[in-house]
Design a binder for this molecule. Structure first.
Ligand code: SF4
Length: 420
């Protein structure tokens, strides 16, 4: 089912589409979040399917001490719920005895009906009281019924906000899991701009909790943080509207938005960002010939699609056939949408078969999609890029702009080699 939403005189053409979807559930976020918060542990309360998903999504990485696991809750009736709570308590107790390094434990809900019946937020409060102050226990849902893919990160970060102290000590909070190397680069740039102290959510350790309150301004580093932003707004913090820091242009506009909010002059922004812009410009130049004029089709998956499309079109000269996104937060993405070429086809939601038909008819040079669609499309001789790689790879900021472009040129180069 397709509906045309508020056609604008110019700007992108946004349509909504409903139907069958092919998107990961929010449990997937654990795969990058557990690397970010170094003393946290993610305990998925789920089924064997959930355990398999987490294992196979994370299977490429080997850890001596993994920071996630699945407590498998088998089917049981309502009468067995008390046992399920006791079992969960037992699992948590055993885990914390074995792993005294854990300071923050997330109970992550999933979609099997026997898990939905469990009240994980109550379980988290009970366990938090038992293990305080050494360990805090929080809960959120990564269920495929409630969340897609990156919404797992949103739910996780939103669960952290009520746990942050109230205060005015944080003038700027950067929100969204970033690789440590990227975070360090941004911290230096904000410092050079004279903005600070800057704190990041999530922090690298459980004890790293920024005090938030009225007077805190926050800058989203990821476009999929609707619930987290709502929780920060409820705390009295104010969002700084900005595009996202992907590519040289996105990074400059993101920093400039923060600079404006803190009264830093445009001349200072130009001076502070000059070296970074030059490095990014050189790195992007190496990929531009490969991407210029290439026709790109985005299936909805990560919610990064609109900023990525803006980067590919404006900085790399690619042509956008369709930009699918599972959800479109029109306020958080307003600055991004304004930068897309007029008439860009943006589709919110998904009707999988219809979208596959449009993709096949268009025969794009590159299709950005989830893992499940990549193999069938490759078999039809279409070059694909797994959108999940855009979450695992550091891609934000000036020094990662070349790597970001490289993620798109690699499948094209591989295809060219195969054809040769
Ligand atoms: Fe599947 Fe639901 Fe578990 Fe995700 S949470 S792996 S969709 S059963």
């Amino acid at each position: 089912m397709t509906a045309l939403a508020s056609p604008a005189a110019c700007g992108p053409e946004i349509r909504q589409e409903r139907g069958q979807r092919a998107v990961f559930c929010g449990l997937t976020g654990i795969v990058w979040l557990h690397r970010k918060i170094q003393d946290a542990f993610f305990l998925v309360v789920g089924s064997r399917t959930c355990a398999h998903l987490i294992q196979s999504a994370a299977g490429v990485m080997i850890f001596a001490e993994p920071r996630f696991a699945t407590a498998i809750i088998e089917e049981r009736d309502l009468a067995g719920l008390a046992d399920a709570h006791e079992e969960l308590d037992r699992v948590v107790r055993r885990l914390l005895e074995r792993r005294p390094d854990i300071r923050l434990l997330f109970l992550v809900g999933s979609c099997p009906s026997e898990v939905i019946k469990l009240d994980l937020s109550r379980a988290a409060s009970r366990l938090s009281a038992d293990f305080a102050p050494a360990v805090r226990v929080l809960s959120y849902s990564g269920s495929g019924i409630e969340t897609t893919f990156t919404q797992g990160e949103d739910a996780c970060l939103a669960s952290l906000v009520p746990d942050l102290p109230r205060g005015t000590e944080t003038p700027l909070l950067v929100v969204g899991a970033l690789a440590d190397v990227v975070e360090d680069q941004f911290a230096r740039l904000f410092d050079d701009l004279g903005i600070g102290p800057v704190r990041f959510l999530p922090g690298r350790r459980a004890a790293d909790r920024a005090a938030i309150g009225p007077g805190t301004r926050y800058l989203l580093a990821q476009p999929f943080l609707t619930e987290t932003a709502r929780a920060l707004d409820d705390r009295g913090a104010t969002r700084i509207p900005a595009p996202f820091p992907l590519g040289a242009e996105g990074t400059t506009l993101w920093l400039a938005a923060a600079a404006r909010a803190f009264g830093v002059t445009p001349a200072k922004v130009v001076a502070v960002t000059e070296a970074g812009r030059a490095r990014a410009g050189r790195a992007l130049q190496a990929h531009r010939a490969e991407l210029s004029g290439r026709r790109v089709f985005f299936f909805p998956d990560s919610q990064l699609e609109v900023p990525l499309a803006r980067f590919l079109s404006r900085e790399m000269g690619a042509e956008l056939i369709e930009v699918g996104t599972p959800y479109l937060h029109r306020t958080h993405l307003a600055e991004e949408l304004a930068l897309l070429p007029d008439g860009t086809a943006v589709t919110e939601g998904q009707s999988l078969d219809d979208q596959l038909d449009r993709c096949r008819a268009a025969r794009p040079d590159l299709t950005v999609c989830g893992l499940g669609l990549a193999n069938p499309l490759e078999a039809e001789d279409l070059a694909t890029k797994w959108s999940i790689e855009l979450l695992f790879t550091p891609i934000q900021g000036y020094d990662q702009a070349g790597d970001l472009a490289g993620l798109f040129t690699r499948p094209l180069a591989r295809r060219a080699r195969l054809e040769a």
